[in-house]
Design a protein around this ligand. Structure first.
Ligand SMILES: *Cc1c(COP(=O)(O)O)cnc(C)c1O
Length: 232
């Protein structure tokens, strides 16, 4: 557990360093601790040690852990979301990072309306067009955003991507840059009900580069909690 505390301090220091080198404000960067496969004790310990936002990629894990986690934290759904599971998380997570279809947005809109809330979402973009990843292609972003912008209980807050795992981390840079450019284009279009406050990009191995390329939401799992054990 002590490692978790030290890891958080080290990552925050590193974020400060990257920001001061690149003339960015470190307070603009949200560090999301990715808690998939991690137990509640460790997650609560991380929250006691400065983590304000946590990310899960499975609905089931959000449901299993929700009541056991310190209330003083914001939840993010960062993994693929099936339409039939929206109802389980709609009132639990602050931001859904993985919207990649009109039908999913439609369901979120419907469930949010039922709860009397407006749900903040990000559009997941598969910038590198990897077969193995969810997300729409960069070319499809405008059409999807135009359609979702008409929903009154969903608010687009930005874009999210997962960069491919390259053997050289520097190769992620053009991916992150392309998404930032897409974000800037969308801002210029001034679409009602669409905001571009967040670019969710960068994980343990590549968040340095992501921040340099304009990310303000990084999702760090192993860098905080150590290696994941999927067999528990
Ligand atoms: C697991 C996961 C992360 C964190 O990955 P690490 O390499 O452990 O930092 C970030 N984003 C998503 C969508 C994930 O599923």
């Amino acid at each position: 557990m002590r490692d978790i505390k030290e890891n958080i301090i080290a990552i925050k220091d590193n974020i400060s360093m990257i920001c001061s080198k690149n003339n960015l404000n470190e307070n603009d960067i949200t560090l999301i601790a990715v808690t998939k496969t991690m137990n509640c004790e460790n997650i609560n310990y991380a929250i006691e040690n400065g983590i304000t936002d946590i990310g899960e990629n499975k609905v089931q894990e959000v449901m299993d852990k929700y009541d056991l986690i310190n209330k003083n934290v914001d939840w993010h759904l960062i993994g693929h979301l099936q339409t039939n599971k929206v109802k389980y998380i709609i009132n639990k997570v602050k931001l859904i990072h993985s919207v990649d279809s009109l039908s999913l947005a439609e369901e979120i809109n419907k469930r949010a309306a039922k709860s009397g809330i407006i749900k903040d979402i990000l559009i997941q973009v598969n910038v590198a067009m990897e077969d193995t990843k969810y997300g729409i292609s960069t070319d499809e972003v405008d059409t999807l955003i135009d359609q979702i912008s008409l929903f009154s209980n969903v608010r687009i807050q930005g874009l999210m991507t997962i960069a491919p795992l390259f053997n050289e981390v520097e190769k992620t840079r053009p991916i992150f840059r392309a998404l930032r450019e897409k974000k800037d284009e969308i801002i210029k279009r001034n679409i009602p009900n669409v905001e571009m406050n967040y670019l969710s990009m960068g994980m343990t191995g590549d968040y340095n580069i992501a921040i340099e390329e304009g990310s303000n939401m990084i999702r760090v799992g192993t860098g905080i909690f150590g290696k994941r054990n999927y067999n528990i």
